[in-house]
Every structure is written in C-alpha cells, then in structure tokens.
Design a protein around this ligand. Structure first.
Ligand SMILES: Nc1ncnc2c1ncn2[C@@H]1O[C@H](COP(=O)(O)OP(=O)(O)O)[C@@H](O)[C@H]1O
Ligand SMILES: [Mg+2]
Length: 303
C-alpha cells in the first residue's frame, strides 16, 4: 500500500466526511441545536485525538461546560485526579478533588480547600501551582492545575537518567522547595510521586501536592493530616508528633537525590557531588543537615 491514499480513497473519505458532517448537524431532517452539535463534535474530536477504535457509548462528562473529563488517572481514599481537556483551548489540565462518595464529608473538603488556598498563594517555576479552584455540581471543591505527563516515580520506572538529568532535577527540586520555605511553610512530603515532569526536561521538574504543607513550627496533630507522608523519604524525627521544621524537607530532598543517583547510568563529578550532598541532607540527625535550601544549593554549586 502506498503512503498516500489513492484518488478513489480520497473521494470516499470526502463523501463519508460530508455525510458525517450532515449527521452531526441534523437529526433526520431537523437541524440539531448548536449545543448538541458542539457536544457531538467534541466527542468525535476526542475519539480521533485519542485514536480510539470507536466512538465511546457513554455521554462525555463536562465540567463547567468547559473541561472534558478524559480519564481518572489516580484514585485513593482521599484523592481523585483526572485529566481534563479544555474544549475551546485544547489544553490539558489536571483536576484534584475528593472521591465522589465522600462529597458530604466536611473535613476532607475543608482540607482540599486549604490545599487550594496554600497552593494559590505560592508561585515559582518549579512548583505545580493551581490555576483555579472550582466547585463541582455535587459540592466537592476541585483544584484545576497544569497537566504534567508523569511523576518522577513513573519516569524512573521507564528508564535510567543521564548525569545532566540528575543535575537539572536536583536544582529543580531545591528551587521548588526554596519557594515553599521562603513562604514560611514546610512541604512535608517531598517524594517521587509528588514531583511531576511535563516533558523530558528535568529543568522543568516541579514539586506538587500541597496537601501536607504546614507552617514552619506547626504540628500535624493540629490538623487532620495524619499518616500521609511517604516511607523511605520521611525524616525519622517525624515518627512521633513534633513541630515541623524545614530540615524535615531537606532530609526528604536528600533521599530523592540519592534515588536519582541510583538511577543514573553515568558516574562523573556531578554524580559524586550529588551523592555526597544527598548523604549530608539525609542525615538522620536534623542538626547535622544543611541549615536551609540555600546551604543545600551551595553544596552542589560547583556541578
Ligand atoms: N498536575 C498533574 N498532572 C498530572 N498528574 C498529576 C498531577 N497532579 C497529580 N497527578 C498524579 O496524581 C498523583 C497523586 O496526586 P497528589 O496531588 O500527590 O495526590 P495525593 O494528595 O493523594 O498524594 C501524582 O503522583 C501524579 O501521578
Ligand atoms: Mg501526593
């Protein structure tokens, strides 16, 4: 078969297209209302975009008549993350909300609103900041944010990193963390699932998930945020209820840096320096860690 469709094929495609266009705009002889026609066109466009083998039966779900819900990509007992497509701009977004069966629980909704408020106050190129916060028809709050293709954990599972990737990733993580500390907050869960990557450029690695963020010096027991941190990445001093210090995030950042090094396929001066810095940051004794993000960045200034 040649790469280009033959003249006969093109004539068939054109005729089918004309018929399809007519069907989208008409119900029998009657013209369809514009809203209905647009909805059908969106469903068709979505099926073509996603190379689906056929048009899905189910009615498409729209949020605020604006965002098409393409898929739920993550769900646990507190969180549901969906991928949305803006029907006019064509842009992808992520929506974070609480599971539908918990729509009536005041505490979990209040925590998500708190997360939205904190996230919207932050700014920084290495943070996944919310774009807006909306209320779903069933009353659940939802955070709309920019879409990222994958988390760092997914990226690491897909293949090894170069030394340049590690260098860029470490800087991105520390710069993102610095913006949060600058605002007076501790992130609380710096871990591979909370670091998101839009493409393949680790200079664009962004820290996400502000659900565990608390003011420096606060305690988790003051909120309902218990038991959410990630084992292996959480500072040992958090095993008991304690005041949250910036140094706890530095420990987690050190653990992530160590993980990056272990996924790197090269050993050069950068990797040796990052490995040493990672050990320093992830010291089990908080007082032995670098005092702040600036000091952590200084450890790798030469790479
Ligand atoms: N903006 C986003 N773009 C793409 N995927 C995302 C986005 N935000 C979250 N995810 C996916 O959903 C997962 C959970 O999101 P997160 O905000 O960390 O929820 P939780 O509070 O349950 O930990 C992430 O690890 C990532 O895989
Ligand atoms: Mg998370």
């Amino acid at each position: 078969m040649s790469a280009d469709p033959s003249g006969e094929d093109m004539r068939k495609i054109a005729a089918s297209f004309a018929e399809l266009l007519h069907l989208l705009g008409h119900d029998g002889k009657a013209e369809r209302p514009k809203v209905m026609r647009d909805l059908l066109v969106d469903r068709l466009r979505d099926a073509l975009d996603r190379r689906l083998p056929s048009l899905p039966d189910s009615e498409p779900a729209f949020i605020g008549n604006t965002f098409l819900v393409e898929a739920v990509v993550h769900r646990n007992e507190r969180t549901e993350i969906s991928r949305l497509r803006h029907r006019d701009l064509g842009t992808l977004h992520a929506m974070k909300t609480v599971p539908a069966d918990r729509a009536n629980e005041a505490t979990i909704k209040a925590l998500l609103l708190r997360e939205a408020r904190l996230g919207m106050m932050l700014s920084g190129s290495n943070l996944v900041a919310p774009q807006c916060t909306i209320r779903l028809p069933d009353g659940r709050p939802a955070i709309i944010m920019q879409w990222a293709d994958r988390s760092l954990s997914q990226r690491l599972a897909a293949g090894s990193l170069s030394s340049a990737d590690v260098k860029a990733a470490v800087k991105s993580i520390l710069v993102g963390l610095g913006a949060i500390h600058q605002a007076g907050y501790v992130h609380g869960d710096v871990s591979p699932a909370n670091l998101l990557l839009g493409g393949n450029d680790f200079r664009e690695l962004k820290l996400a998930d502000f659900g565990t963020m608390v003011e420096h010096g606060a305690r988790y027991s003051d909120f309902d945020i218990a038991g959410v941190a990630t084992p292996d990445f959480t500072a040992p001093e958090l095993a008991v209820d304690t005041t949250m210090q910036f140094s706890a995030d530095l420990y987690s950042a050190g653990r992530v840096m160590n993980l990056l090094v272990s996924h790197c396929n090269e050993i050069d001066e950068t990797i040796i320096a990052v490995k040493a810095a990672a050990l320093h940051l992830a010291d089990p004794i908080p007082a032995k860690r670098p005092p702040d993000v600036a000091a952590a960045l200084a450890l790798i200034a030469g790479i």
